[in-house]
Design a protein around this ligand. Structure first.
Ligand SMILES: Cc1cc2nc3c(=O)[nH]c(=O)nc-3n(C[C@H](O)[C@H](O)[C@H](O)COP(=O)(O)OP(=O)(O)OC[C@H]3O[C@@H](n4cnc5c(N)ncnc54)[C@H](O)[C@@H]3O)c2cc1C
Length: 400
């Protein structure tokens, strides 16, 4: 579908989990598409590294995301089949907290609204079945979602890019896009070296979106990820014993993580926890880590997950962009059809990556999509998200 005067029909700028999925979906539709990334996709500079992302159908961030998660899982199965690689591991998931709290309450609301199967356990039942979670107060509950699990982001990106290439997409890596301008119904994509002219540019640059498309209500945030070894107590913490979870603990703090999987240690994090979680300049290349990234977690482990060595075995830094209302921004800013942006993942967009890729392909080829709803529209009114709890007043997204 090459068009005279154009270098490609469509450019996808940014090949993380979202952009590589869009590239795959566009190429599969026969669109002449070129994907561009400033680094080598699968890298550890942005949002899509660390071996795993929590997958849940019961999207407590917004019940309207449930169909997107369901569709994403179907696409993960397709991609696994096409690539002959394990990309999605169903372990079941646990959401733990007071029955009316944001974690369990939001989960139960999403499950009820969309008929997702979940199992509710008392604290005593939880202690019996999942003893690695210690000190769950008697009044708290556990909600088990059998359809939850983890997805493997780097492997997913690799597989999506392979499928995209096989379907005819071109991929340029090590090329930074420095500007996007619409000219007479076309888009000029300025990069090093030279400029590409395309009909549509899909911009999926994650935490760098505020730099490339200024004016969107986005803030880039640094988030540490920590991995811990099982301690000497003989508990192995495999994923089936310690499945993906979010757990509301004292003071409304939320602990999240998953057991050992595919050679990775036990992964844990605190939603908005510790000094390591803070706004950052996306162009800042400092990824060094320090005690502020794990000290709060380390202090909590003895009480809540006592079978782990308290010092982390590995620490990494990720970054993502967040919006005032905690929801994604997707669409053409100001209605300009040449430019389609998708960002503001608020650290809960990994599980939706493949559905978002398909929705972006819909927007390019059909001009609309049934997968995304008004709450993700880039031109919506952004109202602040209600506080998840009183622990930290500036809570504008959820890590999950
Ligand atoms: C620590 C952490 C934990 C998370 N945990 C979960 C979870 O458990 N569950 C969940 O669902 N979600 C989670 N998320 C969110 C999820 O990881 C992301 O939503 C998902 O990976 C999509 O990322 P992305 O493609 O938008 O961004 P990225 O993966 O950052 O991709 C953006 C790409 O754009 C490229 N790029 C940037 N600027 C330019 C430019 N100018 N020119 C060319 N290329 C450019 C970058 O090199 C990069 O490859 C988490 C995020 C983080 C940071």
């Amino acid at each position: 579908m090459a068009v005279s005067g154009l270098d490609a029909e469509v450019a996808v700028v940014g090949l993380g989990a979202w952009g590589s999925a869009a590239l795959w979906q566009l190429a599969a539709r026969g669109v002449d598409v070129i994907g561009i990334d400033r680094f080598a996709p699968g890298h550890a500079w942005g949002a899509s590294h660390g071996g795993s992302r929590m997958f849940r159908i019961t999207c407590l961030e917004h019940p309207g995301l449930v169909p997107l998660a369901r569709r994403s899982e179907e696409l993960w199965r397709d991609l696994e089949k096409a690539s002959d690689e394990k990309l999605f591991v169903r372990s079941g998931g646990l959401l733990i907290g007071p029955p009316d709290g944001p974690i369990t309450g939001g989960t139960l609301r999403a499950a009820e609204a969309h008929g997702v199967e979940v199992e509710v356990m008392t604290a005593a039942e939880l202690a019996d079945r999942y003893p690695l979670h210690a000190a769950v107060p008697a009044g708290h509950i556990g909600v088990r979602e059998p359809s939850a699990g983890i997805v493997r982001p780097e492997a997913t990106i690799r597989a999506a890019l392979e499928q995209a290439r096989a379907a005819g997409a071109r991929v340029l890596t090590g090329s930074q896009v420095t500007g996007l301008s619409t000219v007479g119904g076309m888009v000029d994509v300025a990069m090093s070296p030279g400029t590409l002219r395309v009909r549509r540019a899909v911009v999926t640059v994650g935490a760098w979106l505020p730099t490339l498309v200024p004016g969107l209500p986005l803030e880039t945030v640094r988030m540490p990820i920590c991995w811990f070894h099982p301690g000497g107590g003989g508990k192995s913490f495999e994923l089936d014993q310690f499945p993906v979870f979010m757990r509301e603990i004292d003071g409304g703090r939320v602990l999240w993580g998953n057991g050992r999987e595919n050679g990775h240690d036990v992964k844990l994090g605190l939603e908005y926890g510790g000094g390591g979680f803070r706004p950052m300049d996306p162009e800042d290349t400092d990824r060094s880590v320090g005690a502020e990234d794990w000290s709060e977690l380390t202090q909590l482990l003895a009480a809540y997950v006592p079978g782990l060595d308290p010092a982390p075995a590995r620490v990494a830094v990720g970054m993502f962009s967040r919006t005032p209302d905690g929801q994604f921004v997707i669409g053409s800013p100001g209605g300009d059809p040449g430019l389609i942006v998708a960002g503001g993942c608020n650290a809960h967009g990994g599980k939706h990556a493949l559905g978002i890729g398909e929705a972006l392909a819909d927007l390019v080829t059909e001009g609309e999509t049934r997968m995304l709803l008004d709450f993700t529209d880039v031109d919506r009114d952004f109202l602040p998200a209600p506080a998840i709890s009183g622990h930290i007043s500036d809570r504008r997204s959820q890590i999950s």
